[in-house]
Design a binder for this molecule. Structure first.
Ligand SMILES: [Zn+2]
Length: 473
C-alpha cells in the first residue's frame, strides 16, 4: 500500500484518494518571468514522478499545473524588456515547456493561466467578504487572518514570533492587521496605463498570487483535491494562504495530501545570483543530456536536499549509462540470438517478480526513487549475468519487459528501442560489412569514421555488427 508523507500531519500516511482508483493533483507551476533554474525543475519533476508512480500502481491520474503570468515580477520585468505583459509571459511560458520536454516530463492535463481565471478570483474574494473573512481597503481586498482559526495548521509557525517585515509586505500599511494578505490588489496608475487591470466591484484590480492557486485548483477538481505539490519554500505563506482562502470559503478540507519537495543546493550552498551559482536547465542539459539530469534528480529522495556538483552529476551519468548499456545489450540479444533453453532460465524467471515486488515497495514507501534505482541496478546485473550464456527468448523478453516497466516509471530511455537508426547509417554499416568480407580494412575503417561522424558507433560482435548511438551526441 502506498504511503505518502503529508506535510499537514508531518507523518507518512496510507494514501487514499477521494474517488477510488482516481487521483487529482494540483502542482504550483512557474512564474513566467525568466528562465527557470534547475531547482524549479526539481519540483516540476517531482510532480511527474508522482504521476508516473501512481500510473504504475494502477491509478488514473489527472494533474493540473498553473502558470503565473501576472504578478509583481512579470509586470516589472516585462516593462524593463519593453514588452507587453502577454508577449513577455508567452515567451517564458514557451521556455518552460521546452524545459519540460528536455526532461521528458509528461504534459499535465491542463496548464491554466492566472490571467484567464480572474473572474473566479473576484467571485472567491466576494464570497470571503460575505463570510467576514475578507475586507476591502483602498481598492484592494485583503484576507482577514484573525477570522480563520485554523491559520497556521500547515506551516505550524509561531506567528507571534514572526517579525513584521520578514514575511509580510510592509508597504501594504493600510491593512487592518499587518499579517493580512492581499487577495486582489488595487491597480497602480502605471499598470492601468499599460492596460494591466481587471474591472471588479472594488475598482480596477489585479490578482494576488495566492488566490490564483485556490481558484484554479478548485475550478479543476472541486472543493477537495487528493494531492497538492510544491516546493518546501511554498509551505508558508503560499500554501497556508491557499488553505485559508479555500477552506474559508467552502468550510471543508481543501487538500488530502500535501507533498513538498526539498531544495536543490549547489556544492553545499543555496543557489543565488550574488554567488553566481544559479544554473538554468538548458545549461546542465547541455553538459549531461536531459535523461541524465532526470536520473540525477531521481537519485535523491524528494524530501532530501539535492546537493548538485559536477562530481555528483558525473556519478549519476555513469550509473545511467550502465543501465542504458544493459538495455542495449538486451535489445541486441532479442534481435540476434537463436532461441535455446539453458540452465539459468528458471532461476532468472523466478528472480524477476521478486525484483518487481521490491521496486514497487520502494516507490510505495513515499516515492522512494533512490531505493527503486538500487533495485533497477540489481535487475541490470541479473540481465547481464543472464546475457553471458542465456539464450531463451521467453526469458529475454520477460527481462526486457520488466526493464521497460522500470524505465518508463522513471521516464528514462524513452527513445531506446523505439528509436530508428537512420537509413544512411544502416547503409554504411552494410557497405562496411562488404568491405570487411573482402578484408579491405582501409575502406572498413574509413566507413567506421563516417558512421561516427553521424553520431553512431559500430561494434563488431560474433552475432554481427551492432549499432549504438555514441554517448557524446
Ligand atoms: Zn500555487
Amino acid at each position: 500500500m502506498l504511503q505518502v508523507y503529508n506535510t499537514l500531519t508531518r507523518n507518512k500516511e496510507t494514501f487514499k484518494p477521494l474517488k477510488e482508483g482516481e487521483v487529482s493533483i494540483y502542482a504550483c507551476g512557474p512564474t513566467v518571468y525568466n528562465m527557470p533554474h534547475i531547482g524549479n525543475y526539481r519540483t516540476f519533476l517531482l510532480a511527474d514522478t508522482v504521476v508516473r508512480t501512481l500510473q504504475y500502481l494502477g491509478y488514473k491520474v489527472k494533474l493540473v499545473m498553473n502558470i503565473t503570468d501576472i504578478d509583481d515580477k512579470t509586470i516589472r520585468d516585462s516593462k524593463a524588456a519593453g514588452m507587453s505583459l502577454k508577449d513577455f509571459t508567452d515567451k517564458y511560458s514557451a521556455e518552460f515547456f521546452k524545459g519540460l520536454d528536455m526532461l521528458n516530463i509528461k504534459r499535465a492535463s491542463a496548464y491554466p493561466r492566472a490571467t484567464e481565471n480572474v473572474d473566479g478570483m473576484i467571485e472567491l474574494a466576494q464570497k470571503l467578504i460575505e463570510k467576514g473573512l475578507a475586507y476591502e481597503k483602498g481598492g484592494s481586498v485583503y484576507y482577514r487572518i484573525s477570522g480563520f482559526p485554523d491559520y497556521g495548521k500547515l506551516s505550524k509557525l509561531d506567528f507571534d514570533s514572526i517579525r513584521i517585515g520578514a514575511s509580510v509586505d510592509v508597504d501594504e500599511y493600510d491593512k487592518d492587521n499587518p499579517r493580512d494578505f492581499a487577495l486582489l490588489k488595487a491597480s497602480a496608475p502605471e499598470e492601468i496605463e499599460r492596460s494591466i487591470y481587471y474591472e471588479s466591484p472594488w475598482g480596477k484590480i489585479r490578482p494576488g498570487w495566492h488566490i490564483e492557486c485556490s481558484v484554479m485548483a478548485m475550478n479543476s477538481f472541486g472543493p477537495t483535491l487528493d494531492v497538492h505539490i510544491g516546493g518546501v519554500d511554498l509551505i508558508f505563506p503560499h500554501h497556508e494562504n491557499e488553505i485559508a482562502q479555500s477552506e474559508g470559503a467552502t468550510g471543508i478540507p481543501f487538500v488530502r495530501h500535501w507533498v513538498h519537495g526539498e531544495h536543490l543546493i549547489v556544492e553545499g550552498e543555496k543557489m543565488s545570483k550574488s554567488k553566481g551559482n544559479v544554473f538554468t536547465l538548458p545549461e546542465i542539459v547541455e553538459m549531461y543530456g536531459g535523461e541524465v539530469v532526470r536520473f540525477m534528480f531521481l537519485s535523491v529522495h524528494y524530501r532530501k536536499k539535492l546537493d548538485y556538483s559536477e562530481t555528483f552529476a558525473e556519478n549519476a551519468k555513469n550509473n545511467y549509462l550502465k543501465l542504458k548499456e544493459t538495455l542495449d545489450n538486451l535489445e541486441f540479444a532479442l534481435k540476434n540470438v537463436e532461441d535455446e533453453p539453458g540452465p539459468g532460465d528458471l532461476e532468472t524467471l523466478k528472480t524477476l517478480p521478486e525484483l518487481e515486488n521490491r521496486f514497487r515497495e520502494a516507490l510505495e514507501d513515499d516515492f522512494n526513487t533512490p531505493k527503486a534505482i538500487t533495485v533497477f541496478r540489481e535487475l541490470s546485473r541479473t540481465a547481464n549475468v543472464y546475457l553471458e550464456t542465456g539464450k531463451n527468448m521467453q526469458v529475454l523478453e520477460e527481462i526486457h519487459a520488466l526493464y521497460k516497466r522500470f524505465s518508463d516509471t522513471f521516464g528514462i530511455f524513452a527513445k531506446a528501442g523505439g528509436e530508428e537508426v537512420p537509413d544512411e547509417v544502416i547503409r554504411l554499416v552494410e557497405e562496411r560489412e562488404e568491405a570487411r568480407n573482402i578484408k579491405d580494412w582501409k575502406t572498413s575503417d574509413a566507413i567506421r569514421e563516417k558512421i561516427k561522424s553521424l553520431g553512431y558507433i559500430v561494434q563488431d560482435t560474433k552475432e554481427g555488427p551492432k549499432i549504438k548511438k555514441s554517448e557524446e551526441s
